[in-house]
Design a protein. Structure first.
Length: 365
């Protein structure tokens, strides 16, 4: 099956200068993929030759006359810029023209537009942002929410756990992935009321065999790979994500700087070149770019706004993998089985488009 992915080419800090070369590189790796380049045709068309996309049969440009900027309020993106590249890319998923959409644009706008256009899965009150982080077991630790919902109630974190568990089961082939609840300690008496109430819900699901709840986990457990999935609210998740990415870049910069100091250090760097290269690869946050907007009736992936070509290509690859393995259908089936019927709002019920106010992964708010 040919996987079709719509790309918001105008979004992010760099726009076509990143999205187009990333698309070109991705197509070389995936012969069974087609890309729909969404954006201002007058801008994109002249750039196809520059990025060696001219004449490529597996791409087409879909014109969108407007652009959602990184500082546009959600209301502007949702109500005024109805022909933005961000919204059109998502709409192509809704209409069945694309299997997934990728954007590096304004996170709050992308979440609001995706929720409005695609709606949520039955039983899901709020979509969540889910991504993977590296761990000591050389595998992924899935984590959500990473910024879509800064104010949560226990039932929301409960839903995040169910959605995340279904995602990990599909992507990693684990029937009962372990679920950890991020807290300030492992003991049951620790944490705020939100965490304590959520833990009670997850323990009840564990006893019923619905979830494989490990218990409370701390920040270090994320990178130790203690559990397959870590659940938290969007405020905590976003801070954790940014801190870990910053630490990864810091370690890489320090190593590079120190190995350049003096002939002995340079010789050591030459001897340890293979290990240094492997370490740099494992710590490179660009390899983990591409977060899923989980809980929607469609696949949407968010790239960091400041992503370079290498990082944005990873976001496209994650969208491709999700579509190829039919993640949406399998998650929807799992959610229908796992989600308590009395919990949450159905997808047909009205959703509040501007509540909660998302925290952008690309803006300093």
């Amino acid at each position: 099956m040919t996987i079709k992915i719509s790309i918001d080419c105008m979004g992010g800090d760099h726009g076509p200068s990143v999205t187009l070369p990333a698309a070109a590189s991705f197509l070389k790796r995936q012969p069974d993929a087609e890309l729909i380049l969404v954006g201002q045709e007058a801008v994109l068309q002249p750039l196809l030759k520059k990025y060696k996309l001219a004449g490529e049969a597996r791409i087409r440009i879909h014109n969108a006359t407007e652009v959602v900027t990184m500082d546009d309020p959600i209301e502007v993106a949702l109500r005024r810029k109805k022909d933005s590249s961000l919204r059109v890319a998502v709409t192509l998923v809704k209409e069945g023209d694309a299997h997934a959409a990728v954007s590096a644009g304004n996170t709050g706008a992308l979440m609001a537009v995706s929720r409005y256009v695609l709606k949520t899965l039955p039983g899901v009150d709020r979509p969540a942002i889910c991504t993977i982080l590296p761990n000591q077991k050389d595998g992924p630790t899935y984590m959500l929410d990473l910024g879509a919902n800064v104010d949560c109630e226990p039932q929301h974190l409960h839903q995040f756990a169910l959605m995340g568990s279904a995602l990990v089961a599909v992507m990693e082939g684990k029937a009962k992935p372990t679920v950890g609840l991020l807290n300030v300690g492992e003991e049951d008496m620790k944490g705020n009321e939100l965490v304590k109430a959520t833990a009670a819900l997850l323990r009840a699901d564990h006893e019923k065999g619905i979830l494989n709840f490990y218990g409370n986990v701390e920040g270090n457990d994320i990178f130790e790979g203690t559990t397959d999935l870590v659940v938290c609210d969007g405020f905590v998740g976003n801070v954790t994500l940014k801190a870990s990415e910053g630490l990864g870049r810091f370690v890489k910069q320090v190593l590079t700087s120190e190995f350049k100091k003096g002939i002995i250090n340079k010789l050591g760097a030459l001897i340890a070149y293979g290990a240094i290269k492997a370490l740099s690869r494992r710590l490179n946050p660009s390899r983990y770019n591409g977060a899923s907007l989980l809980g929607l009736k469609g696949l949407v992936f968010k790239s960091h706004g400041g992503a370079d070509v290498y990082a944005f290509e990873w976001a496209i690859r994650r969208a491709y993998d999700a579509a190829k393995y039919d993640v949406l259908a399998r998650i929807a089936a799992s959610m229908a089985e796992l989600m308590p019927q009395e919990q949450g709002r159905t997808a047909e019920a009205p959703a509040k488009a501007f509540e909660p106010a998302p925290v952008s992964l690309d803006q300093p708010n």
